[in-house]
Design a protein around this ligand. Structure first.
Ligand SMILES: *Cc1c(COP(=O)(O)O)cnc(C)c1O
Length: 375
């Protein structure tokens, strides 16, 4: 069926390939990518994205849940799939059956995994300062004890940086402390005769801002999709990323308003003069946040059109007074290029008061993901 009907997402796999190459260029030669394809690959579509990554010799993936891991296995993903979060013991048989690698979220959970009697592959999460998952890096006793468990096979030890996107002196110092704590723990493990596990610490910003680090895997997410989290971010490494995702919808109809007439739910926008408005077939159920009401713009035929009125569930309004030609059925670009102009995911996310990671991962399930492969 025709997919570019009312609202859709376009995925440019050529740009994804570019971003893979760019990351491989700045990573040490023996460090492998372990892309984060959680949350439907940040809204891009976990299966098509992972299949393309696999085609490009990516052999490690991270997801948020067992369900996401199973989806990838059923689609034919062969490499290591690490679940970054909690899995209920009722699903431990699935971890085994689908050969998924589970994160050990703390010492207690390590024992639960062990007592299941299943031979499970795990990566041990280590807390170096974020206080999300893992035992404290300094609780070496608790961490070392995990190697005495009979059923869990520890194939990795990792931690997570929480201010690696920051460039203030304080944020850089905190990140250096996290790196030091992680390295010290790894040294302690080696000293105790424990080897043969993979190390990883960096996400996108960890790689882009601390590219001299040297671990086995790099868990890149947002930047692999070709966008920064926020338009204000500056990164220290030279990397040329291309946006993978475009977000588009169509003009349903065009109205002329008289001065003083008001628009949409709550009548929050008032025409100050004669104006032309367009109703567009996309709304908050598709992932355009209601916070964008009366904020930002979209592109129509290479020109900017301001969002006016409240964003509805399935529709929104644009001021198209100065745009011509313009017709019902025309494409409206929310993320991507139109003529000479473009809007990046971090930009529209910023208008909505958030980061591209959240904006993209909340794109609606009803948007078809149309993959395009330029040749
Ligand atoms: C989501 C996530 C990543 C990827 O982060 P990006 O900033 O998108 O690159 C890496 N590691 C962990 C533990 C995560 O939860």
């Amino acid at each position: 069926m025709y997919q570019k009907n009312r609202a859709w997402v376009e995925i440019d796999l050529e740009n994804l390939k570019n971003n893979i190459r760019q990351f491989r260029k700045i990573l040490p030669p023996d460090c492998e990518l372990m892309p984060a394809v959680k949350a439907n690959a940040y809204g891009h579509g976990a299966v098509p994205v992972s299949l393309e990554l696999q085609k490009n010799k990516v052999e490690n993936f991270c997801v948020a849940s067992a369900e996401e891991g199973i989806e990838l296995r059923e689609a034919g993903i062969k490499g290591q799939i690490l679940i970054l979060g909690y899995t209920h013991p009722r699903l431990f048989p699935e971890l085994c059956a689908y050969k998924l690698t589970q994160t050990v979220v703390d010492e207690k959970y390590a024992r639960v995994l062990d007592q299941s009697g299943k031979k499970l592959s795990v990566h041990v999460g280590i807390d170096t300062g974020m206080h999300r998952l893992g035992e404290r890096s300094t609780d070496t006793e608790k961490i070392l004890n995990m190697w005495n468990l009979k059923n869990v096979r520890i194939t990795g030890v990792y931690s997570h940086l929480c201010v690696s996107d920051g460039s203030t002196e304080e944020e850089r110092a905190f990140t250096q402390r996290q790196i030091k704590r992680y390295d010290e723990l790894i040294r302690t493990l080696h000293y105790a005769g424990i080897t043969g596990f993979q190390t990883h610490l960096q996400g996108s910003y960890g790689v882009m801002n601390y590219s001299d680090l040297h671990y086995d895997l790099a868990r890149v997410g947002i930047a692999l999709y070709g966008t920064l989290s926020s338009p204000e971010d500056v990164v220290r490494s030279r990397i040329h990323l291309e946006p993978v995702l475009s977000l588009k919808a169509r003009i349903e109809c065009i109205h002329l308003l008289h001065s003083g007439e008001r628009v949409g739910y709550g009548l929050t926008y008032t025409a100050q003069k004669e104006m032309k408005i367009a109703v567009v077939s996309i709304g908050y159920a598709d992932g355009i946040p209601r916070q964008l009401s009366n904020k930002g713009y979209a592109l129509v035929n290479g020109q900017k059109a301001a969002l006016i009125g409240r964003v509805c569930m399935d529709q929104l309004f644009l001021d198209v007074t100065n745009i011509s030609p313009i017709n019902p059925g025309d494409e409206v670009v929310f993320i991507g290029e139109s003529g000479e102009k473009k809007i990046s995911a971090d930009r529209i996310a910023n208008w909505a008061g958030t980061i591209s990671n959240e904006f993209l991962s909340r794109l609606g399930a009803r948007l078809p993901r149309v993959t395009i492969l330029k040749t």
